[in-house]
Design a protein around this ligand. Structure first.
Ligand code: AMP
Ligand code: ZN
Length: 113
């Protein structure tokens, strides 16, 4: 996807603060952090949102495995953290490349607003 912001970040055409990378995912700091720790976990393959992930594809499961890895690495697996996926207009999604927010380091609130 040539015009996709996160595809460009995955291809390292746009600089970001990369936290972690494996064959299927890239984790980088959110440019507008909403918590002391705010990372985006992004599949390297382009999916517009979670509804576009084919049945049987385990990328979402893999992303949660990466999220737990980040939690352990940041030392927040015991105190807690939040993983968020915004999907579509009413879901508050602003970048149309599947991504999960990893948030930690403060008390999260509910409802999220
Ligand atoms: P969402 O609103 O769920 O689609 O999340 C998109 C997120 O991408 C927002 O939290 C933005 O702050 C973040 N974002 C947008 N552009 C960049 C960028 N160039 N580098 C890092 N994060 C970005
Ligand atoms: Zn993309």
């Amino acid at each position: 996807m040539e015009d996709c912001l996160f595809c460009k970040i995955v291809k390292k055409e746009i600089p970001t603060q990369i936290i972690y990378e494996d064959e299927r995912t890239l984790v980088f700091k959110d440019i507008d952090p909403q918590a002391p720790i705010h990372y985006l976990i992004v599949p390297k393959q382009h999916f517009a949102d979670v509804t576009n992930v084919p049945a049987g594809n385990d990328i979402v499961s893999h992303i949660f495995t990466v999220a737990v890895k980040m939690a352990i690495r940041e030392g927040v697996s015991d105190e807690g953290f939040r993983v968020v996926n915004n999907c579509g207009e009413l879901g508050g999604q602003s970048v149309e490349h599947l991504h999960f927010h990893f948030l930690a380091g403060r008390q999260m609130l509910w409802p999220p607003g």
